[in-house]
Design a protein around this ligand. Structure first.
Ligand SMILES: Cc1cc2nc3c(=O)[nH]c(=O)nc-3n(C[C@H](O)[C@H](O)[C@H](O)COP(=O)(O)OP(=O)(O)OC[C@H]3O[C@@H](n4cnc5c(N)ncnc54)[C@H](O)[C@@H]3O)c2cc1C
Length: 389
């Protein structure tokens, strides 16, 4: 799929993942049709008023920490290149108070600024069409094209290649293609709420602090939408696994206050006083996580063919490598960014666009272990190996 004539793709989802796909594909000459259920970009989790871009440090390296190490530098370079400082992000440092304590370089980012910058870049190259309020109900393969259809069967778009980058929305769209096997597509929603309020006086701490949650004493953004004050402090975020309810709740503010108590007791008192005076603002949305918390990025497996392949191999099935798993022609996914969309979106999208364009892997030293760790076929492959011969 690497000739100019075939370089046309549908991208579903206009958050960090989808927008990064649009930019990285457009740079390679692809024409992209982007569609999203929302009335504009970044209305899902990427509508976060302020998030943290920082290293993900673990006691020993894990696939996620290795991916994040690649992603942090890459995302930072994107911010420097595309978003004016103060109009969507600000450089900072964060005091890590949990394990691996110490001060780390970081950035505070409003993801929608980056989303818009990537869409502007793709549009500027003349390679992006957008379609809003387009809720895709199902994907069908006909005449060597993927068709995106709405609930009434109306065709919203079609292209030889499709990238499903719509966070937990990918579950409903792809589950039948995964033979309705829950073990093959273990995506789950993780709702979260951020607590924030206008910052009127001096910040309560010199820089962000992190342990169980992140306290942002001050974030200024001259482009924050009218709903939000230009200068805020924030504490987040809660985790509610399995929930997709985006109602802002006082109980979740209180959970953030309890986490803040561990970081900065005076700031927790301030949060509670703001709550009593009705001055708190809140923002709640849904992250999408995979079972192993590593993103799912790459070609979507053909699960029935995979099961058939395993059956045919009988007792030798254990020797079939993941890279040999059959794939659905022209169908890719980029989902399960979890709590790390800012760090991972551009690096993953660039890897995916390179792979879709038939380029060599962008991984250092062709790191196949890491590729296997984020391969969207990994769960289907394990599940098929368990099926009866
Ligand atoms: C409270 C909270 C705090 C967070 N804090 C941080 C942080 O500090 N740092 C960080 O890096 N990350 C943070 N995250 C996570 C980050 O927001 C996500 O990782 C990131 O936004 C995911 O991007 P995405 O494009 O995959 O998903 P989304 O931004 O959710 O985009 C998915 C898009 O797909 C669309 N869609 C879904 N289904 C369909 C369909 N069937 N048809 C058409 N369109 C569809 C939706 O409308 C949506 O626009 C936080 C998340 C939350 C909720």
């Amino acid at each position: 799929m690497n000739t100019t004539e075939t370089r046309q793709a549908l991208v579903l989802g206009a958050g960090l993942a989808g927008a990064a796909c649009c930019a990285t594909l457009a740079r390679r000459g692809w024409s992209v049709q982007l569609m999203d259920a929302g009335s504009e970009a970044a209305q899902g989790a990427s509508g976060l008023p302020v998030g943290m871009l920082s290293p993900h440090v673990t006691r020993s390296p894990t696939p996620l920490s290795r991916l994040c190490a690649l992603g942090v530098a890459d995302a930072h370079a994107q911010l420097e290149r595309l978003v004016p400082e103060g109009a969507g992000w600000q450089p900072t440092e964060v005091d890590n108070l949990g394990h691996d304590p110490g001060r780390k370089p970081a950035a505070l980012v409003r993801p929608a600024a980056l989303v818009q910058a990537w869409l502007d870049e793709a549009q500027g190259l003349g390679r992006l069409q957008t379609r809003w309020s387009a809720q895709v109900q199902r994907l069908e393969r006909r005449d060597a094209h993927w068709f995106a259809l709405d609930a009434g069967g109306v065709v919203l778009g079609r292209a030889p290649v499709a990238v499903v980058a719509c966070a937990f929305g990918a579950h409903a769209l792809l589950q039948t293609l995964f033979s309705d096997d829950p073990a093959a597509l273990p995506l789950r929603p993780v709702q979260g709420q951020l607590t924030l309020a206008s910052l009127t006086g001096e910040p309560l701490a010199p820089r962000p602090m992190r342990n169980n949650g992140v306290f942002v004493p001050s974030y200024e953004d001259r482009e924050l939408p009218p709903l939000w004050p230009r200068r805020v402090w924030a504490m987040g975020s809660t985790y509610a696994r399995g929930s997709q309810d985006v109602t802002v709740r006082p109980e979740a503010h209180e959970r953030n206050a309890a986490s803040l108590e561990q970081l900065h007791p005076a700031a927790a008192d301030h949060l509670r006083r703001c709550a009593e005076r009705g001055e708190l603002l809140g923002w709640a949305q849904v992250r999408c996580a995979s079972l192993d918390r590593v993103p799912m990025v790459g070609a979507v497996p053909d699960q029935p063919a995979l099961i058939e392949q395993m059956r045919a191999a009988g007792h030798r099935r254990g020797r079939i490598p993941l890279s040999d798993a059959p794939r659905l022609p022209g169908l890719y996914m980029m989902s399960a960014m979890g709590s790390r969309g800012l760090t991972l979106a551009h690096w993953c999208a660039n890897w995916l666009a390179a792979s879709m364009s038939g380029e060599a892997s962008t991984l250092p030293d062709d790191d196949l272990d890491l590729e296997r760790a984020f391969d969207p076929a990994r769960f289907a492959w394990k599940s098929a190996r368990r099926q009866d011969a």
